[in-house]
Design a protein around this ligand. Structure first.
Ligand code: NAG
Length: 59
């Protein structure tokens, strides 16, 4: 399973789980932590402005 997180500028984080592994709450929280770190590295200053996480193209 791959989790792809991007913004208007492009890819922010690609998280690939080993084959056969499913996502659970622990994995999801870990992914969100990695997303926060990736935003800090790749989009400095954005965390101060606020981030909206939109799942599956929800309106
Ligand atoms: C969540 O998934 C990870 C990785 O497969 C596993 O180590 C962990 O035990 C799982 N946690 C729960 C609560 O199922």
């Amino acid at each position: 399973m791959a989790t792809v997180l991007w913004d208007a500028k492009g890819l922010v984080l690609l998280n690939i789980l080993p084959q056969g592994q499913c996502i659970n709450a622990t994995q999801y929280c870990s992914t969100l932590g990695r997303l926060r770190d990736a935003i800090r590295r790749k989009r400095s200053g954005l965390l101060k402005k606020g981030v909206v996480l939109q799942h599956n193209n929800a309106t």
